[in-house]
Design a protein. Sequence first.
Length: 489
Amino acid sequence: MRTSHLLPRLSTLAAAAALSACAVGPAYQRPEPPTATAYHGSAALASRDGEAAAPAIADWWLGFDDPELARIVERTIAQNLDIAASQERVAQARAAAARAAASRLPEASLDAGAGRERQSLRSPLGEIASHLPGYERTQTLSNVGVGASWESDIAGGLRRGEEAADAELAVAQAEHVGVRVSLAAEAADAYLRVRGAQARVAIAQRQIDNGAQLVDLVKLRQDKGLGTLREVAQAEGVLLQAQATVPPLRREMAAQLFRLDVLTGVTPGMSESEVIATPVAFKVPAIATAGGPAELLRRRPDVIAAERRLAASNARIGVAVAGYYPSFSLSGVLGFESLDASKLLTASAFQPAALAGLHWRVFDFGRVDAEVAQARGANREALLRYREAMLRATEDVENAIVGLTELENQQALLTQEVAAHVQARDAAQDAYRGGAVSLVEVLDEDRQLLAAQDLMASVHTDDARSAVAAFRALGGGWTLPPAAQVAAR
C-alpha cells in the first residue's frame, strides 16, 4: 500500500481511545418509503357485501363462521412440523444472539491437570540432570489455576456484531411468524377445496338423480310407443356423462384431505371421516383494510424480515470498519504448579501470570477495504430486497382484492343463470311429457344446467379461497405486538 494511502488512515486512528463509548460504522435508520393512503381496489372491496362481518385480522379464520375450519387452522398452528422447525430456527438465532452479547464480557476458566513421566536419559535434560544427586527419572507434575481474559471493544466492532445478531434473531422470529401465516392460510385453502368438491359432488348427484328419472320417463314413453330407442340411448348417455363427473371430484377431495392431514401433522387418512361428517357451512366474510399499505408494511412478516436483514447488514458494516482499529486484550492466571502433589497449594508453588495484548491489522488494510466494500454492497442489496418486499406485499393485496370482487360479480351472474336454466329445464321436461318438444331440447337444458350449477359451486369455493388469500396477503394470522416488534408465538 502506498504511504499516501496509509497516512490518512493512521491519522484517524489517533483518536481510537476516545471510541470506547461509541461504535464505528453508520448508525441505522429505518427507511420510511412513501406509501399510498389506500389500496387501488379499496373502493371495490368496500362495496362488496360479505356473508359475515369482518373478523379480527389476527384470527381471521373465525370470520368464516365454520367451527370445523377454525378447528383445523388452530390444529395446524399447534401441530404443524414446519412451524415447529421454524421455532427451532428461532431458538438457534436466540443462542447466536446470546453468544454475540457474551463476547463483550470477560471470560474465566478453571484448569487443573496432573501428568506422570519417565524421563529419557538421552534427552538434553536427562543427560544433564541424571548426574545430579537425588535425580529421579519418574516425575509427576501437578497444576491448578484460574484464568481470566477480556478484549476491550474500543472501536465497537463487538457491539455492532451484537446488534447484527439481535437483528438476525428478529429475522428468524419474523420468518417463524411468516410460516405460521402461510400454513394457516394453506390449511384453510385445503379445507375449502374439500368443501368445494363436496358441493360439486352433491350437484352432480342431484343431476344424476334427475337424469335417472328422465331415463325412466323415456323408457315408459317407449313402452307406450311414444318414444324411440334412440331417445333412450340419448338419455342414458347424458346420465353417464353426469356420473363421469364424480370420480375426478372425489379424487380432488381425497388429495386435499391428505394435504390437511400433513398440515396438521398426522398420518394421511386420519381426518377424512371427521371432516366429511360435518356439514358444509362456511361463509365468506367482509375484509377490513384499515390503515392501508402503511399498516401492511408494519405487519407483513416478510417485510419485517427484510427490514431486519437491512438492519443486520448495516451493523455488519460497523463490524468490518472496526478492522481498521487496534484491539486490546488483558488476561491473567492465578495458579499453582509442583512436582510434589502434597505441596501443590503452597506459597512456594504459587505461579501467577499476566498478559496484555495488542492486535492491529496495520499492514492488512487491503483486506479490510475489501471487507468493508463487501459489507456496504450487502447493505445496498438488503435495501433493494426490502423495497422489493414492500412492492410484492402490496401486489399480493391488490391481486387478492381483484380476485375476490370479480369472483363475487361472477357468482351473482351465475346465480341468475342457474335460476334461468332451472326454469327452462322444468318447462322443457313438462313439454316433453306432453309431446310438445323433442327429448333433445330437454337433454340440452340438462347439460347447460349442470354446467352452470357446477361452475357456480366452483366460483363460490374460489371466492372463499380468495378471501383467505386476502387475509394472508394482509399478514393476518398473528397478533401485532407493541411497536411492531416481532415475537414468536
